[in-house]
Design a binder for this molecule. Structure first.
Ligand code: XMP
Length: 326
């Protein structure tokens, strides 16, 4: 019969068979999926695994520090942080089409992995074993929604499944490919990952890049980062973290509306709150957050994030809306 323990044993055996004595790299996103995937591979092949954390400039506030401290140190897994934000942001300059953004980000990620591979080979020196494997925390719903599943429509190119260039020089290791999020969390717990990491809400690989409707730039990212941090703080304070699946915060960078502050007219951007409840992200309902919580979030954002003069609530289920706006 099917248990979490069985899945772990089965996947560990499969990974050992696939990888042999070769080196493996894993791109850590800071999220549950890649963390659990890496922990499984670490369980299977130990120090043959090196994790990379790519700072693509599209991270949330504090994200990088969290990965370096809470994951790497506590799990004893080798993690190398690479700051490629300049390259990602340059590639995204002026691009506002969602699929285009996703493809660019996916493409730049692969370039980062290849650079990481070269660096590792250089460091390995005399022993110089080839790094041939790349771990990805692809889940079953990612496969389905990117058109990989049976009879599935191509809704969005998830960066970890779509958009891989033809000249990809890695063989993928995807131990979570048949699993749903709740199963992945359970496996993470069994492997000893900290609860605060396992319980983390999903965050998309393309990061804040797909939460800015319009072109992405540093200034817009700073606005969104500030608003997103406020939302996360207030949700946590209100004890809502386990109630909701996730709450994307979206900056409508190409939209402006008229407002008033003090004696003056403002002409700022709206921030959208997208709190959702879900079992597996395939379908979702919008979460009925308490009004006073919404009021606190709205007040704090409009008081402290200068360029934002309106906070709106997305009350659309999935379908017809997707969870992310892009
Ligand atoms: P949608 O917007 O398709 O999102 O309803 C479903 C779930 O997937 C997450 N998501 C992603 N995760 N890479 C990821 O790792 C991606 O490219 C990506 N796009 C969306 C989203 O946050 C939600 O949990």
């Amino acid at each position: 019969t099917w248990t979490t323990g069985n899945i772990i044993d089965e996947q560990v055996a499969k990974i050992r068979e696939q990888v042999g004595d070769k080196q493996v790299i894993c791109a850590l996103s800071g999220g549950v999926d890649s963390s659990v995937a890496a922990a499984l591979v670490h369980e299977a092949v130990g120090d043959q695994l090196t994790c990379f954390f790519i700072d693509h400039g599209l991270l949330r506030a504090g994200e990088r520090e969290q990965v370096e401290r809470d994951y790497a140190e506590s799990m004893g897994i080798k993690v190398v942080t690479i700051d490629d934000s300049e390259r990602f942001l340059a590639a995204l300059e002026g691009v506002s089409d969602p699929e285009q953004k996703r493809k660019i980000i996916g493409h730049e990620f692969i370039r980062s992995f290849e650079a990481a591979q070269r660096q590792l080979i250089a460091e390995a020196g005399a022993d110089g074993k080839e790094i041939e494997f790349l771990v990805q925390g692809t889940l079953y719903p990612d496969v389905v929604e990117s058109g990989g599943g049976e009879g599935a429509a191509n809704i969005k190119s998830h960066h970890n499944v779509g958009g891989l260039p033809e000249d990809l020089r890695f063989e993928l290791v995807e131990p979570l490919r048949e699993l749903f999020k709740d199963e992945v969390r359970e496996i993470g717990r069994r492997l000893g990952l900290a609860e605060k990491l396992v319980a983390r809400q999903p965050f998309p690989g393309p990061g804040l890049g797909i939460r800015i409707v319009g072109a992405v730039n540093r200034e817009r990212l700073d606005i969104l980062r500030a608003a997103d941090l406020i939302v996360r703080e207030e949700l946590t304070k209100a004890g809502m973290d386990s109630e909701i699946w996730q709450c994307p915060v979206v900056l409508l960078a190409d939209v402006r509306s008229v407002g008033v502050q003090g004696d003056g007219r403002t002409y700022g951007h709206p921030i959208v709150l997208r709190p959702v409840s879900s079992e597996d992200a395939m379908t979702a309902d919008w979460t009925r957050l308490p009004y006073d919580l919404l009021a606190r979030i709205s007040n704090r954002i409009t008081n402290s994030v200068e360029e934002v003069n309106r906070v709106v609530l997305d009350c659309t289920s999935k379908p017809p809306g997707t969870i992310e706006w892009e």
